[in-house]
Design a protein around this ligand. Structure first.
Ligand code: NAP
Length: 416
């Protein structure tokens, strides 16, 4: 009598719905379109995922790095995963499961280990590692199940009152509770109430606009830059649940916070490190944090050059315009790209990068330089094109430099 065929085991890739902040990074990164989402969860299609790991390093929370051994024929479907509120328990496998031992070893392999670096051709244009000298970030100290309560100690508008862009600077204080952060990290805000399906709202992610030692140096507080969302990407009227909640907060209100998140978009920590910062609108939040960190180090550390490219519709819609313009010119080289300033030609950040080619090239070829790009998704291609042109003009090979920038954690993108 023939022996029954052994059952095939799959090391199934899953996303932890309790930690995921629905930032869409994994879906954008996946080179084979195995990741999708509905209004509840981000999920991985077991029929498509090839375990390439490209999505793992960019995930700011680590929720992406979950695996279960399952009998292949019983893999959790996309529909199963859409309905989850938490990951299922491990199931025991049949004794005759083929490859179970090998797969188990892979799943058990040091869960705290750094995520594997995916093949270069599969990843986004930015680095999957932080700059070598970045300080150690803490992540996921507070989760959906264990959020921390912060108190609003400031909330004011940082754009002209007569403009469409209602952008707020919001300061949250954590009192005696530990909440260690670094510039470039983000937090999640849990808006109160429930969605159309009656489920609690998911967390929304915001970058810190303040440096590691607080919005006010020495205080256990941080700031966010939040634009009130009144339209969707297509220009149709839409009410942003979390942005409106945040912009309407009053002093002494409390907010549920999770995080911190992010382990790569971090600033270098060594002397003479240069920063090229390229942003649009509220994407200026991490640039403000890094600039303020550097400013506070003046006189105590050997800081390098800071070059900022900042895009906004008009001067009055550019958050923090007043304080920014007061910074000394020998501390930061500021380049404003205004796209709708009456009487002026439309300019984008990439136009200014081209105009300042000699200075940008000089910094790019210095191994102490790190580049940060944050803001609208659409700027990514334009900025990369401009950087490439700047390098190619001087007879250098962009692909070699680009690869080095990524490998050395010197080129970072955070775009939405
Ligand atoms: P916005 O006002 O819509 O746009 C800012 C500027 O970027 C405008 O001058 C705009 O020009 C220009 N722009 C449009 N397309 C561009 C392109 N392809 N290349 C270069 N510049 C372009 O910006 P916003 O509403 O503040 O949005 C900023 C983005 O940052 C949002 O997507 C937000 O999610 C993201 N973000 C926010 C945070 C945070 O913590 N708050 C953190 C990270 C990222 P036009 O005149 O052509 O529109």
């Amino acid at each position: 009598m023939n022996a029954p065929l052994p059952v095939e085991v799959l090391k199934q890739h899953l996303i932890d719905p309790e930690i995921c902040i629905r930032c869409n990074t994994c879906e954008e990164t996946c080179p084979v379109d195995a990741i999708t989402h509905d209004s509840n969860n981000y999920v991985v299609d077991p029929e498509i995922c090839n375990g390439c790991m490209a999505c793992v390093p960019p995930c700011p929370t680590g929720s992406i790095d979950n695996w279960r051994l399952v009998v292949r024929a019983e893999a959790y479907s996309v529909q199963d995963q859409f309905g989850w509120e938490e990951l299922p328990q491990e199931k025991s496998l049949p004794l005759d499961a083929a490859g179970a031992d090998d797969a188990a070893q892979q799943v058990a392999a040091d869960p705290q280990a750094e995520p594997a670096t995916p093949p270069a051709t599969l990843v986004t244009p930015g680095a999957a590692v932080p700059p070598w000298s970045a300080a150690h970030p803490y992540v996921n100290l507070y989760t959906h199940k264990t959020p921390i309560t912060a108190t609003v100690v400031g909330n004011y508008r940082v754009t002209g009152a007569d403009t469409e862009s209602d952008i707020h600077h919001i300061v949250l204080d954590f009192g005696e509770q530990p909440f260690p952060v670094l510039e470039g990290q983000s937090i999640g805000i849990l808006p109160p109430g429930v969605d159309a399906m009656g489920r609690p709202h998911h967390a929304r992610q915001y970058s810190l606009a303040s440096p590691r030692d607080g919005e006010r140096a020495g205080y256990n507080n941080l700031s966010l830059t939040v634009k009130r969302v009144t339209q969707d990407h297509g220009g149709e009227a839409a009410h942003g649940v979390c942005s409106n909640y945040l912009c309407d907060l009053a002093k002494n209100d409390t907010v549920q916070v999770i995080g911190p998140f992010g382990h790569t978009f971090l600033m270098p920590n060594h002397p003479k490190a240069n920063l090229i910062m390229i942003c649009t609108g509220t994407g200026s939040a991490p640039m403000r944090a890094m600039t303020e960190r550097s400013r506070r180090l003046i006189g105590t550390a050997d800081i390098g050059k800071l070059m900022l490219f900042f895009g906004a519709r008009t001067e009055r819609e550019l958050p923090y315009f007043g304080p920014l313009m007061k910074l000394p010119r020998d501390f930061i080289d500021i380049n404003l790209a205004l796209s709708r300033e009456p009487g002026q030609p439309k300019r984008y950040v990439q136009d200014l990068i081209r105009e300042r080619a000699a200075q940008v090239r000089g910094l790019l070829t210095d191994r102490n330089t790190c580049i940060y790009v944050c803001g609208l998704k659409g700027m990514e291609v334009g900025v990369l094109d401009a950087l490439r042109e700047v390098v190619v003009q001087s007879g250098e090979d962009w692909s070699i430099l680009h690869e080095a920038l990524r490998r050395e954690g010197r080129l970072h993108f955070e775009t939405y």
